[in-house]
Design a protein around this ligand. Structure first.
Ligand code: SF4
Length: 218
């Protein structure tokens, strides 16, 4: 186990569980895609091609991506890129455009993307009257409405309030504030770098923590 692994397991509350949670969600989304054929439009990047202030996240949900960059020693480069974000008016720095207007593109951080990006297009919200509302773009809603075979799609999707509540319950301190996605990534990298500076691996027993025995998604 290297220093960063040990740091993650002993000093970053809930992150190892969050990564397992992300893995479980991915498996559940894959199954849904397989069962229903419902998926995003290929190369469409419209939901990412918006000002970063429109995509809210927490520091905690950005920690897996921040750790990924720190492991690759790319954090300084990423922090430099994040400095140029125009107060939340630019797109997420992970979004790579494939055409001039950015309507087509892809996520360059797909494996480590935060929770909100995993749920958009793949979840429902329970409204105050107990009805279900899709958490997805207009284009996808139109596809669902026109396709009778997707009439029960809402019942097969995860409920955003439950999933977000479960994930944020893993670390209440770093989920109390919302930030735009670029700011969230910057703060997550800074949080880890600050904590790592004081981390002494000899103080920690790697077998004493990280009990991954849980079932997060109902
Ligand atoms: S992290 Fe990826 S999926 Fe999320 S907004 Fe950025 S580019 Fe899009």
């Amino acid at each position: 186990m290297d220093r960063i692994d040990l740091f993650q397991q002993t000093s970053l509350e809930g992150v190892s569980d969050l990564q397992l949670f992300y893995g479980e969600l991915s498996e559940r989304m894959d199954l849904l895609r397989h069962q229903t054929g419902f998926t995003c439009i290929e190369k469409c990047g419209k939901c990412c091609n918006v000002a970063s202030e429109k995509i809210e996240t927490t520091i905690f949900e950005m920690l897996p991506l921040a750790l990924h960059f720190i492991r690759l020693n790319k954090h300084d480069e990423i922090l430099e890129l994040l400095k140029s974000d125009n107060l939340g008016k630019d797109t997420c720095i992970m979004y790579k455009k494939l055409n001039d207007d950015g309507s087509q593109g892809y996520c360059s951080a797909y494996v480590n993307r935060p929770l909100i990006c995993r749920l958009f297009g793949a979840a429902v919200r329970i409204k105050s009257d107990d009805s279900k509302e899709f958490v997805m773009c207009k284009l996808l809603k139109e596809i669902v409405a026109k396709n009778p075979s997707l009439s029960d799609l809402a019942d097969k999707m995860v409920v955003i309030q439950e999933v977000v509540g479960n994930a944020r319950g893993l670390n209440v301190n770093l989920t109390s504030e919302l930030y735009n996605i670029n700011e969230g990534l910057k703060l997550a990298i800074e949080h880890i770098l600050f904590r790592l500076r004081w981390f002494d691996p000899t103080d920690h027993n790697p077998t004493s923590t990280n009990n991954n025995n849980f079932d997060l998604v109902a």
